[in-house]
Design a protein around this ligand. Structure first.
Ligand SMILES: [Zn+2]
Ligand SMILES: [Zn+2]
Length: 158
């Protein structure tokens, strides 16, 4: 099921997180917290869920990828896996028990490692979730320092 890219746009004025569906995104949105009008310029690639190439909020082209952490879900998978494998272990089915444990760990790895990665704009911190291929590198503190200052100067926060 492809729902397109989900964008969590950051209001340049008050930093509120504003959810936007890329396929149905309007040309501009109004911040629900401070009333600021924010222009949304979505590229063809983002609309088609192919790649995040240019930030619709700040027009920046620098992104990083980070884990979209959902600790509760991961923990549940491991605990349920451990419980099921304990039952098999109790009945002397060691191999099945280890198999289930490994399966739970594998599900955990897939959930964390591949499917749940979020792309973040270095400048305005807008977030992008979709089935497009993650190409952005991991977070780099130096890049973040430089680009955040540049952006905040541009929007008059510094
Ligand atoms: Zn705002
Ligand atoms: Zn941005």
């Amino acid at each position: 099921m492809n729902q397109g890219v989900q964008i969590l746009a950051r209001c340049p004025k008050c930093d509120a997180a504003l959810p936007v569906d890329a396929p149905q995104a309007p040309a501009s949105i109004r911040c629900g917290r401070c009333g600021q009008d924010i222009a949304i310029a979505i590229t063809e690639s983002i609309r088609a869920d192919r790649a995040v190439d240019r930030c619709p909020v700040c027009q920046g082209t620098d992104f990083y990828t980070r884990k979209d952490f959902n600790p509760q879900l991961g923990l549940t998978v491991v605990i349920v896996g451990a419980l099921i494998s304990a039952v098999f272990y109790w009945f002397g089915r060691d191999l099945i028990a280890y198999g289930i444990l490994a399966g739970a760990a594998l599900i955990d790895l897939v959930v964390y490692g591949r499917l749940k990665e979020v792309t973040v704009c270095y400048r305005c911190h807008s977030e992008f979730r979709g089935s497009y291929e993650r190409t952005a590198p991991a977070f780099d503190l130096h890049t973040a320092d430089v680009l955040e200052v540049e952006y905040e100067r541009r929007i008059g926060r510094r």
